[in-house]
Design a binder for this molecule. Structure first.
Ligand code: URP
Ligand code: ZN
Length: 457
């Protein structure tokens, strides 16, 4: 054996048991008490918790936005992810103006393959410019891309599709058994509020949130889940941020629509009060942060039986200098915040330790469900013999203050530096290799692999 983890308290999405874990050639080869290491590297996990490596199915590494790019590239972003207990990311291909989806996919493979420190997959952003490329959807599936993201907002950036276009995409993706991920916010509501606020001189970051109220999310979710049901397609609502939005997901599921939802760490631990801070612009992302009741509803939704199946980060950070472009006007702030490194620590500390979820809930929403929904089942998302040896050891006694210095993203501030976690990942294993130990990245640039995915069953 190459690696034996001794005395592990292994947590699955349904139970917890004590065992040793053996690893050979990047795969889990044995789960049994009292394994004999015979020459293998040994890690004693006594007193610690072992969970499957996190799957962050929502990242934007080196994403072009407002003439700059999100601050983490596929190297720094995957280093940060691995240091927080993530072993697989799924990023979004963003075709450049005039570029086909297939060419954009090839470009992303080229830039990511030589940088990624952990395994990765790709979704495709299906923008208005690609509406003539529906024939490429089956081709993209052959390359391992069964999931496509559409936007109901961001018309000026060329991202928004109108309802007939969304319906068409959903029909085409349904034909391949794929998944349509939706950024669901109402362009009509948002644009009207932005214009009203800017004309009235209300340009501080708080008005970013006031221009994107819960109703904007709820209206779009209600509409796209109807469209998906009509098209016979599965819909995955990304970055759910509000109670009203969650209620629309519940309604859709009640009427039989195959609707799944994701929320993000920032919506679980922050509220819109931060926009009143002097550094409020650093917290600007879309959808915007909401109130305490919304936050509580999202935690409820993550529990077993709740409608929120996954936590993805929407990792898309910008430097302080870039956020400063919107010092006097919230419409000029590049939207996005960091998050991939804090998913597991925050769910453990703010969720499990504070009694808002069980440790098995954490495993379900960070690995089991993303693997299932995104066609990674069979290799990723479980500690099981024959599956990839992707797992994380959490030390319940390690406390970490989430400062910029403690985190690994290439930005010069932290939106979480008021939080000190109770418990933290201390070992991350990616396909059998230890890539993080005690907060230090010890993996390799380019060792991660592209994981072709298939439609979920
Ligand atoms: O504010 C967000 N969600 N930024 C991520 C990139 C995008 O525009 O979707
Ligand atoms: Zn996103």
């Amino acid at each position: 054996m190459d690696l034996v983890v001794k005395n592990a308290r292994v947590v699955t999405g349904s139970d917890t048991f004590e065992s040793d874990i053996g690893v050979d050639d990047g795969k889990i080869s044995a789960i049994s008490p009292h394994l004999v290491p015979s020459g293998a590297k040994v890690y004693d996990a006594r007193g610690k918790i072992v969970i499957p490596g996190g799957i962050d199915a929502h990242t934007h590494m080196e994403l072009p936005v407002m003439g700059t790019s999100s601050a983490d590239d596929f190297y720094s972003g995957t280093v940060a992810a691995s240091c927080g207990g993530i072993t697989t990311i799924v990023d979004f291909v963003d075709p450049r103006p005039g570029q086909t989806m297939l060419d954009a996919f090839d470009d992303y493979r080229k830039k990511a393959d030589e940088k990624v420190a952990i395994d990765y997959g790709l979704h495709m952003m299906l923008k208005r410019q690609s509406m003539g490329e529906m024939a490429m959807i089956p081709e993209l599936l052959k390359r391992g891309v069964p999931s496509f993201k559409v936007y109901t907002a961001y018309k000026k950036r060329g991202l928004m599709l109108d309802d007939p276009e969304i319906l068409r995409v959903m029909e085409e993706v349904a034909r391949i058994g794929g998944l349509v991920a939706v950024h669901a916010e109402s362009e009509s509501i948002i644009e009207r509020l932005i214009q009203e606020n800017v004309s009235a001189g209300n340009t501080t970051p708080m008005y970013h949130a006031r221009s994107r109220p819960p109703a904007a999310e709820a209206e779009a979710i209600s509409r796209v889940t109807r469209l998906a049901q009509e098209a016979g397609s599965r819909a995955y609502i990304v970055h759910l941020s509000s109670r009203a939005g969650k209620e629309e997901v519940e309604r859709a599921r009640t009427r039989g629509a195959e609707t799944f939802a994701e929320t993000c760490p920032h919506y679980l631990v922050l509220t819109d009060e931060v926009y009143a801070r002097s550094d409020g612009r650093n917290f600007v992302m879309s959808p915007a942060l909401k109130g305490t009741q919304d936050r509580a509803a999202l935690w409820e939704g993550l529990k077993a039986g709740g409608v929120i199946e996954t936590v993805g980060s929407d990792h898309c950070p910008f430097t302080k200098a870039e956020k400063d472009w919107g010092r006097d006007d919230f419409t000029k702030i590049p939207n996005g915040v960091p998050g991939t490194e804090v998913i597991v620590p925050l769910l453990y500390s703010e969720g499990v330790r504070k009694g808002r979820m069980t440790i098995s809930d954490l495993v379900r929403v960070t690995s089991w469900n993303p693997a299932k929904r995104f066609g990674l089942d069979g290799s990723k998302g479980r500690i099981a013999v024959g599956w990839d040896a992707d797992f994380v050891v959490i030390d319940p006694n390690k406390r970490v203050r989430l400062t910029a210095e403690a985190l690994h993203s290439r930005i010069d501030y932290s939106i979480y530096d008021d939080i000190t976690t109770d418990g933290y990942p201390v070992l991350t294993v990616s396909r059998g290799q230890v890539v993080m130990e005690d907060g230090t990245f010890i993996g390799e640039r380019g060792r991660g692999r592209f994981i072709p995915r298939r439609p979920a069953s």
